[in-house]
Design a protein around this ligand. Structure first.
Ligand SMILES: Cc1cc2nc3c(=O)[nH]c(=O)nc-3n(C[C@H](O)[C@H](O)[C@H](O)COP(=O)(O)OP(=O)(O)OC[C@H]3O[C@@H](n4cnc5c(N)ncnc54)[C@H](O)[C@@H]3O)c2cc1C
Length: 331
């Protein structure tokens, strides 16, 4: 049954989650990292001349901000003064992703390339206005979801631009719409996995997407990286779950994938899925949802001693299975 009568305008957003903490600048978690033995061994190979663990700095050294007062004032005019900052502590939380080399590099004495400012827009309209200002002023924009990238996707690269800002989508976190007839839910792109699941659980639904970065990664990040999770062979990879996208790009707004299905032309959603923020900012994501069933926590595991044997086992299992029954994730 729909949450609201069909003739009533549902409130938007339907729910806003509690704020979430940002992980520390050199750790996966909010607490400073204790380097595991494997990471210590990596230092010797990754950082030439460093056979010993790098001591943790109180805070990383950062490059100076190149954003002018005038740039900052123009952006703050859209998002509010408190949501556009050149503050070093905030810039330090947006140095890049969370791969082990990323985290280790930040302990070096050299100044770390940092975004010239961190911008926190509250929703699609603010994102669109910030993108437009930055485009007009020659400022690069790096969308920043959970910041869990392991491929350099959130590095603050200026390229040919005068400056670069990290566009942190944390304030967009919300459940915007819930269509219980079509089983679709629309979220602000900065909503994290746990926030989305918690807001859906209140209505008895799940997305069913559980990557290992679930704790911090955002739905916008899932879409921009074509994320795959532990239950993806059952529920589908994240790109299979995306029904619609709302996008703020320098050229304007795009709303893709509204109809239930279409046989016409190329599916432009596919261009933005996996685009890593290079083409525009995903501001709203509509995903397919399922009733949160009693079987959600049932996970089975099959250990195979050799990769080759595991591949054969998986392929034979796939071939023997009805196409609608997918197995669990294969690792
Ligand atoms: C410990 C660990 C475990 C991981 N496990 C998995 C796993 O199981 N499966 C998996 O697929 N990946 C995994 N990853 C990789 C990473 O978590 C995923 O790529 C995740 O989907 C990124 O989401 P995010 O919100 O953190 O995105 P971010 O790291 O913030 O951004 C990733 C990329 O997407 C872009 N982006 C982010 N939000 C938007 C937006 N709203 N609009 C446009 N572009 C955007 C960024 O600019 C960047 O290019 C793991 C990473 C770590 C550190």
């Amino acid at each position: 049954m729909p949450t609201t009568p069909p003739d009533a305008t549902p409130p938007r957003p339907l729910a806003v989650p509690a704020p979430r903490p940002r992980p520390a600048w050199d750790a996966w978690d909010t607490e400073p990292a204790r380097l595991p033995t494997g990471a210590k061994a990596l230092i010797a190979t990754l950082v030439p001349g460093r056979a010993r663990p790098l001591a943790r700095r109180e805070r990383p050294r950062l490059t100076r901000s190149r954003l002018t007062d005038d740039d900052l004032a123009a952006i703050a005019g859209v998002v509010g003064a408190g949501n556009a900052t050149r503050d070093d502590d905030t810039r330090a939380l947006h140095l890049g992703g969370k791969s082990t080399p990323d985290l280790l590099r930040r302990r070096l004495d050299d100044p770390q390339p940092a975004p010239d400012a961190v911008i926190l827009p509250a929703g699609h309209d603010e994102v669109a206005a910030v993108v437009s200002i930055c485009d007009a002023r020659g400022i690069a924009v790096v969308p920043f979801g959970g910041g869990t990238s392991v491929v350099g996707g959130v590095e603050p690269e200026r390229g040919a631009h005068r400056a670069v800002v990290a566009l942190d989508l944390v304030r967009t976190a919300a459940l915007l719409d819930l269509d219980e007839t079509s089983l679709l839910a629309t979220f602000g792109a900065g909503t994290t996995g746990p926030q989305a699941e918690q807001m859906l659980a209140a209505h008895g639904y799940t997305i069913g997407h559980f990557p290992q970065s679930f704790e911090y990664a955002s739905l916008g990040g899932y879409a921009a990286t074509r994320s795959s999770g532990q239950a993806s062979r059952g529920y589908g990879r994240f790109e299979d779950l995306v029904h619609a996208l709302r996008i703020a790009a320098p050229a304007g707004e795009l709303a893709l994938g509204r109809s239930p299905a279409s046989a016409a032309g190329p599916d432009l959603r596919q261009v933005f899925l996996g685009s890593e923020g290079a083409l525009g900012v995903l501001t709203e994501i509509t995903v397919r949802i399922r009733p949160a069933g009693a079987h959600r926590d049932r996970v089975s595991r099959l250990d195979v001693p050799r990769l080759r044997r595991g591949c054969l086992c998986a392929a034979r299992g796939d071939a023997a299975r009805h196409p609608s029954h997918r197995p669990a994730a294969e690792r």
